[in-house]
Design a protein around this ligand. Structure first.
Ligand code: PLP
Length: 384
C-alpha cells in the first residue's frame, strides 16, 4: 500500500484524547476535557426540539451554505448590542461547524504553503495542526507566566515579509489571559506594518470575570484593522452546548467571500436545526448571560480557592473556564500520578507550546463542572 498523505505525519493524537482515555480507564474525575459536565439551559434544548419537529420539516434539510439567515441576523445583532461592532449578515457573517471549522476555513482561505503565521503560545491545539496541514510555518511568541504577558521584542521579531497572519485568542485558552489595550495596540500596529491578516478567536467572549471583552471588540472594529481581521466565535462555550458545534466568522466582504468558497467544500453547511436553536439562544441571551457569568465566576473561585488552600501554586484566570497550576515536577508525570493516586485528570500544557519549556511545569484544569464535581476533586486532591 502507498503511504498516507505527508500532511498527516505531523499530526498527533490530541492531549485531550490521551488524558480523557486515561481518566476513563482509571474512573477519574475529568478536569482535563474542556466541556461542562452539566447540561445547557432547558429553554435552549426545547428550541432545538422545536426546530427538529417543525411541521414542514424545514430545518431538517440543508441550510444555506452561508448559514441560516435567522442565525446570521442574530449574530449580527448580538455583535452590535454586546460589543458595538456592526457586521452585515448577508456579506460578512458565515456560519461554520464550530469555531474549529471557522479556524480551518479561515486559514485555508488566507494562508499559503510557505507563509508564516504568528501565534501566541501556549495555544489551542488546532492552530498549529491546521497551519502544519497547509504547509505554512507557525512563528510562536510566548505568553510568559505568571502574568502571561509577552515580550514586545519577541513579537516584533516574529514578524517578517513572509508573515501572512497573526492569530489571537482572547480570553485565552489555556492561560485565561485577556489581552489588554496596550498589547492589542501593538499587535494591530505590527499587523498593519507587515500587511498581515488578523485572526481573532473569541469563543470565550462571554466568559470574562473582572474585565470585559469590550475593549477587544472595539479594537477589531477600528477601520484600519477591520479590513484585515477575521473574528471567530461559537455557541458552544456561551451556552454550555459544546456538542452542537455551531460557530461563525465575522470578516469584511472580500475575506468572507473567500472563506465561504472554502467552507462550501468542507461541510457545505452546519446542522440546520442547531443553527435555529442557537439563533433562538442569541435572541434570548439577555436573560441568560449575567447568570452564566456569575455561575462560572463562582466555579472559578471555588477551584482557585480550594487549590490554594491545598498549597497549589495557582495562576488564576481572568476569563475562560480553565486555570493553570505550576508544579515542581514534570507536568506529564504529575498528571499521570494525579490520575493514579488521586483519581483526578488534568492536562499538561506542554503540548500547547511549540518552543518554550515553561509548559513542562504547567497543568491545566477545567472548572466547567458541577460544584459537586469540583468539591469531590478537591477532596481527592487532599490526599497528596
Ligand atoms: C480557544 C478555542 N478556540 C476554539 C475552540 C473550539 O470551539 P468549537 O467547539 O466551537 O469548535 C476551543 C474549544 O475548546 C477553544 O478553546
Amino acid at each position: 500500500m502507498k503511504k498516507f498523505a505527508k500532511r498527516t505525519e505531523v499530526l498527533k493524537e490530541s492531549i485531550f484524547t490521551t488524558m480523557s482515555n486515561k481518566a476513563r480507564k482509571a474512573n477519574a474525575i475529568n478536569l482535563a476535557q474542556g466541556f461542562p459536565d452539566f447540561d445547557g439551559p432547558d429553554w435552549l434544548v426545547q428550541a432545538a426540539k422545536d426546530a427538529l419537529s417543525k411541521d414542514d420539516g424545514a430545518y431538517n434539510q440543508y441550510a444555506s451554505a452561508l448559514g441560516a439567515p435567522a442565525l446570521r441576523k442574530a449574530v449580527a445583532l448580538q455583535q452590535d448590542q454586546d460589543w458595538g461592532t456592526a457586521f452585515d449578515p448577508e456579506s460578512e457573517i458565515t456560519i461554520t461547524v464550530g469555531a474549529t471549522e471557522a479556524i480551518y476555513a479561515t486559514l485555508q482561505a488566507l494562508v499559503d504553503s510557505g507563509d508564516e503565521v504568528v501565534v501566541f503560545e501556549p495555544m489551542y491545539d488546532s492552530y498549529a495542526a491546521t497551519i502544519d496541514m497547509i504547509g505554512a510555518i507557525a512563528k510562536p511568541v510566548t505568553l510568559l507566566e505568571p502574568t502571561f504577558e509577552f515580550d514586545e521584542k519577541e513579537l516584533r521579531a516574529a514578524f517578517s515579509s513572509k508573515t501572512k497572519a497573526i492569530m489571537i485568542n482572547s480570553p485565552h485558552n489555556p492561560t485565561g489571559k485577556i489581552f489588554n489595550a496596550k498589547e492589542l495596540d501593538l499587535i494591530g500596529r505590527l499587523a498593519v506594518e507587515f500587511d498581515a491578516f488578523i485572526i481573532t478567536d473569541e469563543v470565550y467572549e462571554h466568559l470574562t470575570f473582572e474585565s470585559t471583552h469590550q475593549e477587544f471588540a472595539q479594537w477589531r472594529s477600528s477601520p484600519v484593522l477591520r479590513d484585515r481581521t477575521v473574528a471567530i466565535s461559537s455557541a458552544g462555550k456561551t451556552f454550555g452546548m459544546t456538542g452542537w458545534k455551531i460557530g461563525w466568522t465575522l470578516a469584511p466582504e472580500a475575506i468572507t467571500k473567500t472563506i465561504r468558497m472554502v467552507h462550501q467544500y468542507i461541510p457545505f453547511c452546519a446542522t440546520h436545526p442547531m443553527q435555529m436553536a442557537v439563533a433562538h439562544g442569541l435572541e434570548h441571551r439577555s436573560g441568560y448571560i449575567a447568570g452564566f457569568k456569575a455561575e462560572y465566576k463562582k466555579k472559578r473561585d471555588l477551584l482557585v480557592g480550594g487549590l490554594r488552600d491545598l498549597g497549589f501554586d495557582v495562576l488564576a484566570p481572568q476569563g475562560t473556564y480553565f486555570l493553570q497550576i505550576k508544579v515542581n515536577e514534570n507536568a506529564f508525570d504529575f498528571c499521570d500520578q494525579l490520575i493514579e493516586k488521586n483519581g483526578v485528570a488534568a492536562i499538561p500544557t506542554a503540548p500547547f507550546y511549540l518552543k518554550h519549556k515553561q509548559g513542562d511545569h504547567l497543568v491545566r484544569l477545567c472548572f466547567a463542572k458541577r460544584d459537586e464535581t469540583i468539591r469531590e476533586a478537591l477532596k481527592r486532591l487532599q490526599a497528596r
